[in-house]
Design a protein around this ligand. Sequence first.
Ligand code: GTP
Length: 261
Amino acid sequence: ENMAGHLPTSLKGLDNALCGGIPFGVVTELVGPAGIGKTQFCLKLSLLASLPSSYGGLDGSVIYIDTESKFSSRRMIEIGFNSFPEVFQTEGMAQEMAGRILVLRPTSLSEFTESLQKIKVSLFQHGVKLLIIDSMAALLSGEGVQGPQRQHSLGWHISFIKSVAEFSRIPVVVTNQVRSQSRDGTSHYSFQEQGRGESPEAATKLDSHLVAALGIHWAHAVSIRLIFESKSGQRFIKLAKSPVSPPLAFPFNITSSGISL
Ligand code: GTP
């Protein structure tokens, strides 16, 4: 393990490929269609970051920016009970763990800006060991800003997110939803801007479309990109961008203990 450290994901193969897990000090992006499991992955990471170090956790607080009201402390505790029964059966532990996750729910780009400014101070005061933004794409749908103008307005946010990772040396995880394959069979990807609930069946040639939607600035801010996809009913996490690993794919399931092999 290097000096900067890693947050293990509990998926062994993925952790090995990432030299121990989600790295500290950089931005990791989770990309995939609605319902594929990005939020479930974030819940597991939140749990692992807040878990006592004697159980392999980071023993820290988590800031969870939840733009789609997807965070569920009930579900996180359920995953905790099933993944780490020894910890969660201890009296008061479930409440303590839930209390370590600070959930912010901005509903517009301007509220998101406020959230980011607010966390700058908390990051150092409260021993925050993980920042999650679930999701970034959701913030792009409103406010009627399009194209280059939209990219420009997000420039500050992108720089800020990257600098939070670098200065606080914590893992920063950002989810982005993409549309799945369109009906006519062509691979059409763009950030989800309308309804939800599309099929999680999706192919993988995302990169140029992501760049088009969020701008080249974002593509450069992201050090690791994990693409979530489903093929013939099996879910996979594909390591699409990594400084340390070739593009590998790892199967996963979602069970009562959350994301697992
Ligand atoms: P969007 O937020 O819609 O973009 O999708 P996402 O990728 O964040 O999906 P999410 O993480 O919400 O995963 C949804 C999937 O997780 C569902 O299809 C279920 O299969 C699974 N899931 C969600 N909650 C539970 C639960 O309480 N128990 C179990 N076993 N599976 C769950």
